[in-house]
Structure formats: structure tokens, C-alpha cells
Design a protein around this ligand. Structure first.
Ligand code: 5GP
Ligand code: MN
Length: 335
């Protein structure tokens, strides 16, 4: 459900309490870009503001301005206000935080609501665009090169650098403004996409060996076993984006990546859709969430086979509900 920015704006203008801005665990460009942009802006406005995240800033985002100020959560402190960005709820922080008032700024469908100050718009291409709208309503002149870079990084990464279905006239209009305020598209792209390690390449090679097709080629998946990280000297954050390999195959409607997380005893699942499948429905049935084209969840299972089976069952159900691939009316190959 859509929630307007005005109540939040009025609240932020008034408050003189401490504010913690936080992101979901394993932050992506939109999560951290949004959090830092809002943090830098509120600091300029003289607010007592902090930015935090459970996980270490990943290498691919360490170029964002002021990342060294990101607090590692939990930090045992109390904040009057907690604002979680780009997350379906505070549970996505992956850690407990001690805050008085809870507020959510997000562009996911559904999720948790905390009250009238939530600012949620599922039609927004990125949470970063909501941060822009909030700032622009208050004081657009405060957007400097650093703030513009953070917002641009969120917008660019959540749109796959302006090629996913959330790329439209508005997206380009906003990108133009951000470039005007000092964001450098080539710099952000290079920092985000062209600083891979040799280990990451070796990880990709191992992961591609696991690529498999299901449902007559409508579904493709990869598996990232924990030992792959150890064998290649990489870490969990290096798995970001690998789900795009199975998605890139012709004929694939639903792509997934299963990532082993032994320390949590779960399989983290990334789901992607190309045209018509709504993967958020699959993720929701497995206790997660996200968007039609990009969603995620965690599956608890005794072993890999059981986790894969749970996932494939829900994917198949969704293909059947929507009549996609082998379940489409025009298809001859009924599975
Ligand atoms: P990714 O696959 O890149 O981790 O996430 C894709 C989308 O799904 C993001 O919008 C992310 O916030 C959401 N998502 C990923 N994992 C989870 C999860 O465990 N729970 C929920 N609610 N959303 C998730
Ligand atoms: Mn996002």
C-alpha cells in the first residue's frame, strides 16, 4: 500500500531526538545508497543522525561517500527513532535494534507497517528515488555531489544500470537531475562493476558448473555451496548478482540462486523473473518477500535436496497459477 512522504517530512523537520538509519542485512546499492543519502542530508540539517548495518560494507559499495561512518549493528545503544530503508520490515535488519519509534522507507510490495510516518511506494524504481523525493520536498538545494552519488548509486543498481522493467521516463529524469548535481555515471559503474577479484571469477566458474534447468527450460538455478567461498577466498557478498547468469538464458522465466549459509542453518534464495512470472509470490509463500521481478527468502531444511525441493515446489505452483512455460495454454509440453 502506498504511503505519502508528507507526514514523515513534517516529523523529521520537528524531531530533535537521535535518529538511526539502517538497512537490511547484506546491503545492496539501493539499501546503502539510500541510507547514506538520507544520513548525509539530515546531518546537513543539523539532526542527531547515525547510519548502521549488521554487515560489513561490501567491497562493491566501499566507494560510497562516508561509508566509514556506517556503524556495525547491534551497537547496544538506544536511538529515539529508527528508520529502516529498502526493507520489508525491521526483521530484515538481521539484528535487534533498540529504537523508540520505528519508521520504514521502502518500495517493496507489502511488508510491515509501523505507523503514519512510513513512506512506502511500490511504484518507485528504487528506495533511493523516495529519498530523493523526500529531500526535494524539503530542500533540493542541499543535494550536493555526495548525496547525488549515493542516490544515483541506489537508482542505478536497482534498475540494473537502467535496463530492468523499473526503468522508465521518471528513472531517466531523476538520473539526469542527479548527474546535474554531480553524480558521475561512469565512476559509479566502474566502482560497482569493474573491481572484481580473481577469486570472484573463480567463484563464478564453480557456480556456473551447478547451473541446471527445470520445468522444460522455464526455470534455471545455480547453487553456491559454502565451500565455494572457502575454495576461492571469496565471501558471501561476492554472490551478489550471480543470479543474473541463470536469468540470462533464453526461454527462462524464473531464475534462482541458492546460497548455503551454514552459520544460520538456512539456504538464502534469490529469485528473479524476466517477463511475466511474479516471483514475489514464491518468496512470500516461503516466508520472504520482494518485488515481482526480484525477490528473496530463506529456506530451512535438513539438507540441500530438501531445500531445493521446497523451492521448486513453490516455483512450479506459481508457473501453474500464472499458466507460464510448460503450463501455458499454448504449450504442448505439459510436464
Ligand atoms: P536479493 O535476491 O538480491 O537478495 O533480493 C531481491 C529482493 O528481495 C530485494 O528487494 C530484497 O529486499 C528482497 N529479499 C531478499 N531476501 C529477502 C528475505 O529474506 N525476506 C524478504 N522479505 N525480502 C527479501
Ligand atoms: Mn531497492
Amino acid at each position: 500500500m502506498k504511503r505519502e512522504s508528507v507526514p514523515l517530512l513534517d516529523f523529521l523537520k520537528e524531531t530533535d531526538g537521535s535518529i538511526l538509519i539502517l538497512t537490511h542485512e547484506n546491503p545492496d546499492g539501493d539499501a546503502l545508497g539510500s541510507a547514506l543519502a538520507l544520513y548525509l542530508f539530515l546531518k546537513k540539517k543539523g539532526k542527531d543522525v547515525y547510519v548502521g548495518c549488521k554487515d560489513k560494507v561490501p567491497h562493491f559499495l566501499d566507494f560510497l561517500p562516508h561509508v566509514d561512518e556506517v556503524i556495525s549493528l547491534p551497537d547496544g545503544k538506544f536511538y529515539d527513532v529508527g528508520i529502516i530503508v529498502d526493507s520489508a520490515g525491521f526483521y530484515r535488519a538481521g539484528t535487534e535494534v533498540n529504537v523508540g519509534k520505528r519508521i520504514r522507507i521502502d518500495h517493496h510490495v507489502g511488508g510491515e507497517f509501523y505507523g503514519r510516518y512510513d513512506y512506502i511506494d511500490p511504484s518507485a524504481p528504487a528506495t533511493a528515488s523516495l529519498i530523493y523525493e523526500l529531500i526535494a520536498k524539503w530542500d533540493e538545494s542541499a543535494i550536493d555531489k555526495e548525496i547525488a552519488t549515493c542516490i544515483y548509486a541506489g537508482l542505478a543498481t536497482d534498475t540494473g544500470f537502467f535496463k530492468y522493467s523499473n526503468t522508465n521516463e521518471y528513472t531517466f529524469d531523476l538520473a539526469k537531475k542527479l548527474v546535474h548535481y554531480g553524480a558521475d555515471p561512469n565512476y559509479v559503474y566502474r566502482m560497482f562493476s569493474e573491481r572484481e577479484s580473481l577469486g570472484k571469477m573463480k567463484l563464478i566458474s564453480k557456480v556456473l558448473e551447478t547451473l541446471k534447468l527445470y520445468e522444460g527450460g522455464s526455470v534455471a538455478g545455480i547453487t553456491i555451496f559454502d565451500r565455494f567461498f572457502k575454495e576461492t577466498g571469496t565471501q558471501y557478498s561476492d554472490s551478489e548478482g550471480l543470479v543474473n547468469y541463470p536469468r540470462s538464458l533464453e526461454g527462462v522465466e524464473v531464475a534462482f540462486a541458492m546460497i548455503e549459509k551454514p552459520e544460520e542453518g538456512v539456504w538464502k534464495v534469490s529469485l528473479r523473473s524476466k517477463v511475466s512470472a511474479d516471483v514475489s509470490k514464491i518468496a512470500e509463500r516461503l516466508g520472504g518477500g520482494g518485488h515481482k521481478y526480484a525477490s528473496g527468502c530463506k529456506i530451512k531444511a535438513q539438507n540441500y535436496e530438501e531445500a531445493l525441493d521446497k523451492l521448486l515446489t513453490e516455483i512450479r505452483k506459481q508457473l501453474q497459477i500464472q499458466g507460464i512455460g510448460p503450463y501455458s495454454a499454448s504449450s504442448e509440453k505439459i510436464a
